[in-house]
Design a protein around this ligand. Sequence first.
Ligand SMILES: [Zn+2]
Ligand SMILES: [Zn+2]
Length: 330
Amino acid sequence: MGNLELQKELDEYKNKLQAKVPRITKVMTWSQEYVKVEISITKFRTLIMTLRFPDRYPETNLLVELTSKTLGHNLLFGLSAQCEDECKRSIGEVQILRVIQKVSKFLEEKPLCCCAEEISNIKREILKSDDAIVLKQKQSSVNLIARQGKYYYDAMFCVPDDYPEAPIRNDLNATNFSTAFQKYFQAQMTEIARQCVEPPLNKKKASHTFEKRPSLFPAVKFLVESVHRYVNEVCCGCNNKGFPEDPVNVIDESSNRYHVERLYCGHIFHLKCLVKYMKTPPFQGGKKCPSCGERIFHEKYKVPPELEEARWAHKQARQRELDEVTDFFS
Ligand SMILES: [Zn+2]
Ligand SMILES: [Zn+2]
């Protein structure tokens, strides 16, 4: 194609482009050597598209190059390959507008493209064969089901427009874990996501330069690993599994003797086993988790160790007194 013809196409298509996708495209260069356009849906769904005209264009395909500060390398690579395929299918015709529209449509219709890399890492590093992830592009959300044995936790992660500057939001679809664990999973995921975008309140830690980071991967990692872990986690008191084999038998009443209690260190006790352990010496230095040695703080068990020790001593003394007089009753 001669220079004049190409120039004609360029002029014509620049006008068409401005008419068709004016809101999201910004022309940066529009020359006979190459066309460079920025396509931006949100701050993070933004890329720069460079189209080079080979000598025999349009008898050969445009060369497409995509770059972005926010979108992952693999995604851009795949998308540019798709663009070149599209160009190859339209050899002999003009290709510029077609590929720009293709990419604009992709960015508009695939809001999850801003976490494409995180999603592949989740699939590769975290999920096991029973777990499942489903992308809901229309709702800009990721549906994730973590499974272990007969237990499951079905969560929905909403990815906001200003992700990853804003954190993901997690919602519960359904689960057969106890209410206490469901609340713990949810609260913990919210906290993990918050920490990804808010500097620590602790001034000492905050003095390091804080950088916001994507929160989908860490929140999902926590959830999936916790579901896998807690189904098989053993009670520190009786060494039996905390949760029953069949989730229909899960105990939800928090005062039930077999209700599963989670310590701050992450280890678990049945309520009855925790109470027994807390009432048994040694008390020196406070009761510690038998698994990891961390001091036990538990909201259901606020009796200070000194008092517990005094009670223990009292009970022992009483027993001794009784033992001393047993002879009299025999
Ligand atoms: Zn137990
Ligand atoms: Zn522990």
